[in-house]
Design a protein around this ligand. Sequence first.
Ligand SMILES: Cc1cc2nc3c(=O)[nH]c(=O)nc-3n(C[C@H](O)[C@H](O)[C@H](O)COP(=O)(O)OP(=O)(O)OC[C@H]3O[C@@H](n4cnc5c(N)ncnc54)[C@H](O)[C@@H]3O)c2cc1C
Length: 382
Amino acid sequence: MFDFTDNQLKLQEKIRAFIAESVTPRLDSIDKGECQKEIFKEWCKTGLVCLVAPKAVGGIELDTKSCAIVMEELGYGDVGVATALGANNLGSYPLIIAGTLEQQKQHFGALLQGKYGAFALTEKGAGSDAGAVATTADRKGDEYILNGSKCFITQGGYAIDMESSLIIFASTDRTMGSKGLSAFLVKGGTPGLSVDKVEDKMGIRGSQTVELKIENLHVPVSARIGEEGQGMKIAMKTLDSGRLMVAAQAVGCGQKALDLTIEFAKNHMEGNRPLSRQQAVAFKIAEIEAMVTAARQLVHRGAFLKDSKQPYSHHSAITKLFATETALYAANSAMDIMGTYGYTEDLKIEKVLRDARILTIYEGTNQIQRHVVSGGLLRNRK
Ligand SMILES: Cc1cc2nc3c(=O)[nH]c(=O)nc-3n(C[C@H](O)[C@H](O)[C@H](O)COP(=O)(O)OP(=O)(O)OC[C@H]3O[C@@H](n4cnc5c(N)ncnc54)[C@H](O)[C@@H]3O)c2cc1C
């Protein structure tokens, strides 16, 4: 569980090379929301466009620990880029859980050709409470007709383009609440899908976040993933897996904050002594190192539980909670140590801090993770 295999070490090197060539030189443009498509194109050339695509449909079907290694390195490079490139995995996972071979061939066929995927669950009024989804899917003969809207959808504007492929959650029975939710595989380019708004965000500007309008979108019955009413279960299982990947990104982000802090503390002179000689600073560095290391171990343990087919939902929530709070603490502490220098754009920590902020919010806020963790714990105790 603790050691990396030779293949995992090679994979780590490969991602580091990708970051060094395609991401780091562009960090300023990325922060302006530019070059998202160029980076995606370069990512496709690595052969890692969809980490979770099954071998049966021509994918690489990486184990979860290897996926975590990829996401940690991407998170170190840029959390926005990691979010964008991770969307093809999040937007595929419902098909790993409940997709037919035909659905998998259609979806992964598109993604493996360098197209975009997305996971469209959240709506205004249905974020933390996914059971409140108001988008409807009405069955008419051998079709469903979807109407409604989605918000904050990562890469959604790209995934509705011709030949891309996204997964939309809609209610097939609004009287049933969360038990009326169903999942649908939708081909990009299907009439009835449009972008209502592209969000201008505080951070992670390397990823696109949009509101989608869904108007009389016709999909065949064969596009339904699983049975009617299984949507909530599919979405929650997808998020269990996705949260481990958010945590992995957070580990990368925390590690970057730590590395930037060490570089600053060793080189910034206070009088004739480097700042790192101050015990208060050195102790803070030790604390961040301990937290990042612990977060990484939680991620790897989660990957082990998942790959060995043991229950991991509770662990995934703990891991997301701890790793993302760690990333935020690391970035904020780095800013404390760098002071006014950190507050300028020169040292890059202000961008890391802005990027880190989302990690405690998306794929279930950390308040929701606290619900999951405490709920599971209290239910099982007398
Ligand atoms: C950049 C970005 C990318 C995203 N990408 C995607 C995507 O690709 N696909 C997708 O479907 N969604 C996506 N989301 C949506 C994201 O997962 C939700 O925003 C998130 O789950 C929170 O939902 P909400 O914003 O509606 O907050 P709300 O549910 O409205 O909550 C508001 C606040 O109340 C708190 N709260 C709510 N309920 C409780 C409770 N029961 N107990 C305690 N506190 C509570 C929350 O923690 C939060 O602080 C993205 C969001 C962002 C910002």
